[in-house]
Design a protein around this ligand. Structure first.
Ligand code: PLP
Length: 274
């Protein structure tokens, strides 16, 4: 098994990270997770353009051009002969003695690894989700490696026998700890707009496009969590969970939601375009 550090593909055992990397000191970095289906990275360009946008928002220079990054990532996927799985990669603000103040001269560090991964069939009938306050910072649109709010929410969900946490800010539903949230009411799709309060998921963007192509109206508006009680259907989306139905909400509100035709249709459309 090989990993990527900057431009070198190395056996995992030989790869070391410098203790002074700002990724360790400050969580000062950004990342992406891309799904590999049958040896092909899915939506690679969309992920790379989101990486570029995260980098720009954090005044973090990418160490290589998008074209160079593409070549490096594809060579790692090939080297590890990944058929179905994911590639994780991150860019940190590089190696420097610990200091909150960053220099614009520091060279960013790129690291990447792959994981073999298949869709979890058990999730297809739906999952339980845990409703909890969103305690994250106000730039959730940036895909940073700083994920404490997300990590704590996920643990809380698991401690309550739920597969995912869905979060709300002052009762307005934002997103999952590692997914976006959609509701269906009267055949219309509802989701939080792509503001600073959520990550604009690549799967989210694709699902919205598939829905619109199918003549399903999509309303991107903030809504309070009480609407969960009146939803006809609900699902989450992410690179690893694709489109996963929600069948039970627990926590500050408890409700059961059936798996319905709009979720199923979108899931079929999603699978067909892979
Ligand atoms: N929202 C958050 C907070 C995430 O961490 C993720 C993915 O990990 C998503 C949404 C879904 O994004 P994508 O569909 O690009 O995987």
């Amino acid at each position: 098994e090989y990993v990527l550090i900057n431009q070198s593909i190395l056996p995992k055992e030989e790869a070391y990270i410098n203790i002074n990397d700002r990724g360790y000191h400050f969580g000062d970095g950004i990342y992406e997770v891309i799904r590999i289906y049958e040896q092909k990275p899915f939506a690679l360009d969309l992920h790379l353009s989101r990486l570029a946008s995260s980098a720009e928002k954090l005044d973090l220079p990418l160490p290589y051009s998008i074209e160079e990054l593409k070549v490096l990532l594809l060579s790692l996927v090939e080297k590890n002969t990944i058929t179905n799985g994911t590639i994780y990669f991150q860019v940190t603000r590089g190696i420097a003695p610990r200091n909150h103040l960053y220099s614009r001269e520091t060279e960013s560090t790129l690291t990447a690894f792959t994981q073999v991964f298949a869709s979890d069939k058990q999730l297809e009938d739906g999952i339980h989700v845990w409703l909890t306050p969103d305690i994250r910072w106000l730039r959730c649109d940036i895909k940073t490696i700083n994920l404490l709010g997300n990590v704590l929410a996920k643990r809380e969900a698991a401690d309550n026998q739920c597969h995912e946490a869905i979060m709300h800010r002052d009762r307005i539903l934002t997103e999952g700890s590692s997914s976006n949230l959609f509701l269906v009411k009267d055949h219309v799709l509802y989701t939080h707009p792509a503001t600073n309060l959520i990550l604009n998921g690549i799967t989210r963007q694709i699902v919205i496009q598939l829905a619109l192509n199918e003549g399903i109206d999509v309303i991107e508006e903030p809504f309070p969590f009480d609407v969960l009680e009146h939803a006809d259907e609900a699902f989450i989306t992410s690179t690893s969970m694709e489109i996963t139905p929600i069948n039970q909400v627990k926590g500050e509100l408890t409700t059961t939601i059936p798996l319905g035709p709009v979720t199923k249709r979108l899931r079929d459309l999603f699978k067909n375009q892979l």
